[in-house]
Ligand binder design. Structure first.
Ligand SMILES: [Zn+2]
Length: 320
């Protein structure tokens, strides 16, 4: 990604299960590769936590859903490899091969890959690069450990939807508790910060579910933002109002990475910065959602302007 570090957003989020969050026991199989809250030992005690990789997957899916709703075809199906057959039920998405399987002949530089990548791959990464968004493991806040309850389940046949005789399994459910996770969006474009805001708003509105059994209405969580800050490299052109990498990068980088040129009108003012060495940090804890309100149109504007996944798809089968 861009060689210079220019800006980042840091968010601390507290995740509160609204419904029980299911944990698969050692021998149960429920519904595929959904997130499994896992446990580890910390200071000699067993603690349950929500793995960051799984939270990232859940947030990416939600982000993709928002993008597809606003602009059909704007994001790829990340695991859709033209060389393999992935059953794609939606006709319009049959050509939505993953950005990681696309290329530009003779120009697979990071800049070209980024330029061609869809909104979701730019934000969360693809087989070719890491993306701008990261989230760590979510551990229980002190004195807010969840309780563990055992549940019984009945095996459901995937094809008929009926129960399967003799298949009974034990489940463990995490009930209550609060989990703390840290999110970072590095070198963001303004539409990416808008995308983060849309995710955080839906997190707060209990629109996001984690764990197994989500299709049965389990695993709903509420995500409450506890801190929100923006940090910029302290340069001569340090901004007084909100900017992203689209405004901070030079003209050449802006063109080669195909950065979106969009600024809110009127500009979004920033509070007084705290200076830490070479960095300036702006604390938006109290009013991030309200302050970033007028940034939201950047997201849809980007989707329309970018036009979805670009680059060539090779359909030749490799001899396996
Ligand atoms: Zn993509």
């Amino acid at each position: 990604m861009m060689r210079n570090w220019l800006c980042q957003a840091d968010v601390t989020i507290e995740i509160e299960p609204v419904d029980p969050v299911l944990v698969k026991s050692g021998y149960a199989t429920l519904d595929g590769t959904d997130m499994v809250p896992v446990s580890t030992f910390r200071n000699g005690q067993q603690v349950y936590y929500l793995p960051g990789t799984s939270l990232k997957g859940v947030l990416r899916s939600h982000f993709e859903r928002i993008a597809r709703t606003l602009q059909p075809g704007s994001v790829c199906l990340p695991y859709h490899d033209p060389k393999r057959k992935l059953p794609v039920p939606v006709e319009a998405e049959k050509q939505s091969y993953g950005c990681g399987y696309r290329s530009r002949e003779g120009n697979d530089t990071t800049a070209a890959v980024y330029a061609d990548s869809c909104a979701a791959c730019r934000q969360f990464g693809s087989l070719k690069f890491a993306g701008r968004f990261s989230i760590g493991d979510a551990y229980p806040a002190p004195k807010h450990e969840p309780t563990i309850e055992s549940r019984n389940g009945v095996g459901i046949d995937r094809f008929t939807g009926g129960t399967v005789r003799g298949v009974l399994f034990d489940l463990q459910a995490l009930v209550g508790g609060r989990f703390v996770a840290k999110i970072r969006l590095a070198n963001f474009e303004l539409w990416q910060l808008a995308g983060l805001k849309l995710l955080l708003d839906d997190f707060a509105d209990e629109m996001i579910a984690v764990g197994s059994g989500r299709s049965r209405g389990l695993g709903r969580v509420r995500g409450v933002v506890k801190s929100f800050s923006l940090t910029y490299l302290r340069t001569a052109s340090t901004p007084e109002s909100l900017v992203g990498i689209g405004q901070l990068a030079g003209a050449q980088e802006r063109a080669s990475y195909r950065l979106h040129d969009w600024t809110p009108e009127p500009p979004i003012e920033l509070p007084t910065a705290a200076v830490h060495g070479l960095r300036r940090r702006y604390d938006l804890d109290a009013d991030w959602s309200q302050r970033l309100r007028t940034l939201v149109p950047a997201f849809e504007a980007f989707l329309q302007w970018h036009g979805g996944p670009q680059g060539n798809v090779s359909r030749q089968r490799t001899s396996a």
